[in-house]
Design a protein around this ligand. Structure first.
Ligand code: ATR
Length: 275
């Protein structure tokens, strides 16, 4: 490895990762010298590749699908937010060489919704679709915004109920199936299912949103995702996770380099690239 600081994103598949573009943009903007690569790493290869990367002088790693839960088990220390999420998307090498696992996905989501899109979540009614790792990663940061209530709806209702029980403190959280959703409107609906990957939208009634509501797909794609298109029927604020992707990267960059990059220009570049 060269004497320039080296970072990487590990994932499988990783071909279309935008992370190298984003981190090189941040580095240029903040006059930091670093190289950031995308490495195809399967779940089976993860532990070996992780050790090898840091043994060769690497400074930090991002993990994406399907490695976040494996990374959670591989590191020696965890931040509170990674512990809540039971998933790690950012690994930081500590001065003594040990590896600290963090999770910047939730903070990236909140930053995008509340700052970039000016949507306050205080006293809001939130519906989350899906009860897998993505939902687990965003629950604690969403609760920290002091919403009025959170409902988790999932294809397998028992998983939603279980997750709700685990996170319930002062703010009411309930879990249910898509067909037992209460008849009410939501200020925010988040799609944290992997349904978009198979070009599907969870089966939802048409009266969940009004024109002031926000619809947000944690996934992103060069074309509007099926869920973004579903939300566009009801509100102008039907967003995908591109901003979240950039914001979680900015938080990782800050953890590694101690400088917070400006995100607006890179978000705009990525939007322009897909026009
Ligand atoms: P992730 O880590 O991305 O959250 P996951 O843990 O595999 O991935 O969870 C995927 C989520 O998407 C689950 O909530 C899953 O529902 P089940 O718990 O019933 O499996 C949901 N999901 C996947 N495909 C779906 C589809 N076609 N329609 C609705 N929900 C779907």
């Amino acid at each position: 490895m060269t004497n320039i600081d080296h970072y990487a994103v590990f994932g499988d598949p990783i071909n279309h990762s935008k992370s190298p573009f984003i981190h090189h943009h941040f580095a240029e903007q903040t006059s930091q010298k670093l190289h950031y690569s995308a490495q195809q790493v399967s779940a089976q290869q993860f532990n070996t590749q992780l050790t090898d990367f840091f043994a060769r002088g690497g400074k930090g790693i991002n993990c994406t699908v399907p490695l976040k839960e494996i990374a959670y088990k591989a590191v020696s220390q965890l931040t509170d937010r990674a512990e809540y999420a039971k998933a790690v998307n950012t690994i930081i090498q500590q001065p003594d060489g040990s590896l600290l696992g963090d999770n910047t996905d939730g903070v990236g989501l909140i930053q995008d919704i509340t700052i970039n899109h000016h949507v306050s979540l205080k006293m809001s009614n939130i519906l989350i679709l899906g009860a897998g790792g993505a939902t687990r990663g965003i629950l604690a940061p969403l609760l920290a915004q002091a919403p009025k209530q959170i409902i988790i709806a999932n294809r397998t209702p028992s998983k939603a109920q279980q997750l709700a029980l685990e996170f319930t403190r002062k703010i009411p959280i309930t879990g249910c199936g898509f067909s037992d959703l209460p008849t009410q409107q939501f200020d925010l609906i988040l799609n944290a299912t992997s349904a978009s990957l198979s070009n599907q939208v969870p089966p939802l009634p048409n009266d969940l949103l009004n024109k002031h509501s926000t619809c947000y797909d944690l996934a992103y794609s060069n074309k509007p995702t099926p869920f973004v298109r579903w939300g566009q029927q009801f509100t102008d604020k039907s967003l995908d996770g591109l901003g979240m992707l950039v914001e979680q990267a900015a938080e990782a960059f800050y953890l590694w380099r101690g400088i917070r990059p400006v995100t607006q220009t890179v978000i705009q570049d990525l939007i322009n690239a897909r026009l």
